[in-house]
Design a binder for this molecule. Sequence first.
Ligand SMILES: [Mg+2]
Length: 317
Amino acid sequence: MPLTPAQTDRAIGALLGSAAGDALGAGYEFGPPLPDDQPVHMAGGGSFDWEPGEWTDDTSMAVPIAQVLADGGSLDDEACLDRIVAAWSQWALTATDIGVQTSTLLDALPEPTAAAARRQAAEHYAANPRHAGGNGTLMRTGPVALGYLGDGREDALAAAARAVSDLTHGDPDAGDACVLWSLAVRHAVREGVVDLTAQLAWLPADRRARWAAVIAEAEESQPADFAKNGWVVQALQGAWSALHHGADLVDVLERAVRGGRDTDTVAAIAGALAGAAHGAAAVPAEWRQKLHGWPGLDADGLADLAVRAVGGGPGAA
Ligand SMILES: [Mg+2]
């Protein structure tokens, strides 16, 4: 669908906002919650000694999804999902911060195909039903919506978000969270407003009440209240709490980081939706100048990917 300049800016914002949250939180990962008045800086450091502005696995795993869409691919095409899994496998060879669930899965893949990954993720969930709901798919779901911005594409987006989640995580909680968040990103890019509750309609009917309660609890709480934010449900709650209480994109991302623990991921999740609502223009220039990471991209590279992913073509921004 032809986008207005404001919608294009918000599509770019979905990628840049997420990458900014990721890089902002990178230096604080595994740390405790921070006081409300403590300044938060995009200074790198942390357990993996990140460079200032360097993004982590959250953005690195999102990039291949955006690349497939930018090349005109579709996420219901098995060959495109194969390409994503192959790119993740390549990235994992040199990645330092890869999540436990994703690392275990990619290391054990007999071949880097979507079918092998999906099968292995399902088997892992069957064997570990209480410990297979990591946040590693919600963190990378931001770009999925960019391929489904047209009218009446909600069902197709819900299926795509779940399909991409299922590649590494068999727990339906992970898929549900990606469906909710991706639909909210789509709505935000189209309309310029955030509405998570309205997206419950695209979940299986028997799970909507549970997720409505999850959302309501987040709105009554602060990000730091969700200490188990390595779990996809509490990661979504931490991100949603930051969005719900935050005044603008910077405030949302700082709140997400001050929540502590899996700071980069909660801020990356929050940033995808905040960026989709507020647009790339809301990402401070100081952050844009610093942003960079695998596979050798910077903020301009991410923006170009986003424009191509929504069908804007080279130079449309
Ligand atoms: Mg990370």
